[in-house]
Write a protein that binds this ligand. Structure first.
Ligand SMILES: O=C[C@H](O)[C@H](O)[C@H](O)COP(=O)(O)O
Length: 185
């Protein structure tokens, strides 16, 4: 069950006063130097939208820093807080998604369009969004995050079945069986 914190509806579109049908979310953010500016922008944007951003770093701009220390921390904290979401940001978003997906319980989706941002939630129940800060304008990336936060998981049985296969593999290391009607290699 969502906590009281998570149940508070907040206006996301303060420009026109539209009250979006969403929840206040705790959001853990991590990046590297290439995602540093966008991360800081999103921390501010999330605050203004009534969410609770938690900045997992970097807290200074360091042109030679690496994404794993910060993105793994953001991902671990997201996994440990089931009512939260995470955002990892780098130049491409690729390494950051790879890093986040190493953490048990994380499903990180690389968003490169509005549709992939929404589908990450709708089909994959992703709890982390990865964004390439060098691939998009600030406005585009902000829109991806807004869609990610506002889109619910569909709960469709076929998607749940696939997600459960991955969780099972993550836990046991055992491959899901190939369906009987498929040719076996
Ligand atoms: O997948 C990794 C990310 O895109 C990194 O942000 C990127 O590799 C950093 O590149 P550089 O160290 O050349 O700034």
């Amino acid at each position: 069950m969502p906590s009281a914190l998570a149940q508070l509806p907040v206006p996301l579109d303060s420009a026109n006063g539209r009250l979006c049908n969403t929840f206040r979310m705790r959001v853990y953010l991590g990046s590297d130097h290439a995602g540093y500016d966008l991360k800081n922008h999103l921390v501010q944007w999330l605050k203004e939208a009534g969410h609770e951003p938690v900045d997992c770093g970097p807290l200074i701009y360091d042109a030679v820093d690496d994404y794993p220390p910060f993105c793994l921390r953001a991902a671990e904290r997201t996994a440990a807080d089931p009512e939260s979401l995470g955002i990892v940001i780098g130049g491409s978003g690729n390494g950051e998604a790879i890093a986040a997906n190493k953490v048990k319980g994380v499903r990180a989706a690389l968003a490169w369009s509005e549709q992939t941002a929404a589908l990450g939630r709708e089909h994959n129940n992703a709890n982390v969004i990865s964004i390439g800060g060098r691939m998009h304008t600030e406005d585009e990336a902000t829109k991806f995050v807004e869609l990610f936060l506002n889109t619910p998981y569909s709960g469709e049985p076929r998607h749940t079945r696939r997600i459960e296969m991955l969780s099972e593999y993550e836990t046991t290391g055992e491959l899901p069986p190939i369906p009987a009607h498929h040719p076996q290699g």
